[in-house]
Ligand binder design. Structure first.
Ligand code: 1CP
Length: 354
């Protein structure tokens, strides 16, 4: 386990790391691995530093963001850190009245369902989030050659929280707005694309080596709706960092039917959840994109033998893509045994060593 606190900054360049190289489709010494939600409740050291500090507040304090982002890197030896924040942080930063409620997720005080409600939103500027750039700078200094992944929520997933007012199973108000008032829908998503794009750009300019656009809930859409109502806005968010030379990962859950479109939106790496095998995903993508995934997070609760077998299969299938970043199909579940995550990292490195 690398002890970052005593090792101090190294001179290694994150651009030469296995993760960035895999994202670019270049050769790697071993398959890179990290976990969505690798920071968070599965770690006792996270629960400790979060005591008495609200989620949103912890995302705006560079000391806490730095500590929490580094925790899983120290503990598991993963190949990347993911910036500790949340997809609703930029919305909060422009004044949207919201909270992240423990055990629930983001809750919006006044959901956006009419044109008048749109007045709650405005463009995000770097001046709204000086703390985010500061946290990224602190982190990249600590991380040395380990890349930092910056991220943002995609317009559709953000719109779902804003329109529903919180987490949703069926996204009915969101789909009703998309089809009932297409002009309002497009205006909302164009505004969200500006916000997401700026959030990504601030992180990339401050030193993040890779960015990931989370469209977690895009898998609830048909191909037709995704193409007409969502993809152009995600493309705009991703285009905000096109000139910055940072590879872009585009992720969603249940998006087996949408994978090629998610690539075309402007990604270098397409995230794959566990419902589609990597072999099928790579074929659907026409071999044109690197892939990320796709271990079922629930399998981390299975005995080591079947888990090891699955990880080995994922690593072997991944070699068929131009690049492969090993990850889960979605986030680490809160009750996951962190030692299992460490063991998966060690096994991936061992079984993929070239
Ligand atoms: O108090 C807490 O600890 C709350 C739990 C928590 C955490 C640790 C939330 C509330 N957000 C986060 C951090 C977070 N959120 C990260 C940190 C970095 C890491 O991965 O280690 C990231 C990348 C996110 C992004 C995020 N937030 C997404 C996209 C990723 C995904 O999991 O699909 C989504 C959908 C959210 C909304 C959200 N925030 C929090 C929760 C519980 C949720 C999901 C609620 C729902 O089911 O709709």
């Amino acid at each position: 386990r690398p002890d970052l606190s005593s090792a101090g900054p190294t001179t290694a360049d994150p651009k030469d790391s296995a993760l960035v190289r895999a994202a670019r489709g270049q050769s790697v010494p071993h398959a890179p691995v990290w976990f969505m939600r690798q920071a968070g409740r599965s770690l006792p050291e996270y629960r400790e530093v979060r005591q008495g500090v609200g989620m949103l507040e912890s995302c705006r304090r560079p000391d806490l963001v730095t500590e929490i982002t580094l925790q899983p890197v120290r503990r598991h030896g993963v190949d990347a850190a993911i910036f500790f924040s949340d997809i609703v942080v930029p919305l909060s930063a422009i004044g949207v009245d919201l909270d992240i409620v423990a055990g629930v997720g983001p809750v919006i005080a006044r959901p956006i369902r009419t044109r008048a409600d749109l007045a709650q939103l405005r463009d995000l500027t770097p001046e709204d989030i000086p703390d985010i750039a500061e946290s990224v700078r602190l982190l990249t200094a600590e991380l040395g050659g380990t890349p930092l992944i910056g991220f943002a929520g995609a317009p559709f997933t953000l719109a779902s929280y804003l329109v529903e007012g919180g987490p949703s199973k069926n996204h009915e108000h969101t789909k009703a707005l998309m089809h009932g008032d297409p002009q309002l829908w497009h205006d909302l998503c164009a505004q969200l694309a500006q916000i997401s794009g700026t959030f990504l750009r601030v992180q990339a300019q401050a030193g993040a080596s890779v960015v990931q656009l989370f469209d977690s809930w895009a898998g609830v859409l048909s191909k037709a709706d995704y193409t007409a109502s969502v993809m152009p806005h995600s493309a705009k968010a991703l285009a905000a960092v096109r000139d910055l030379d940072v590879p872009r990962i585009h992720f969603g859950v249940g998006t087996g039917e949408l994978l090629p479109l998610m690539g075309e939106a402007g990604a270098d790496v397409v995230g794959v959840d566990y419902r589609v095998s990597l072999t099928d995903a790579i074929e659907r993508l026409g071999g044109r994109y690197a892939v990320q995934g796709n271990l079922d997070p629930a399998l981390l609760f299975a005995p080591w033998e079947p888990l090891e077998r699955r990880v080995r299969t994922i690593v072997e299938e991944g070699w068929a893509a131009p690049g492969h970043i090993v990850n889960l199909g979605h986030g680490v579940l809160p009750d996951t045994d962190p030692d299992v995550l460490t063991r998966v990292v060690e096994f991936v490195h061992e079984v993929s060593a070239r």
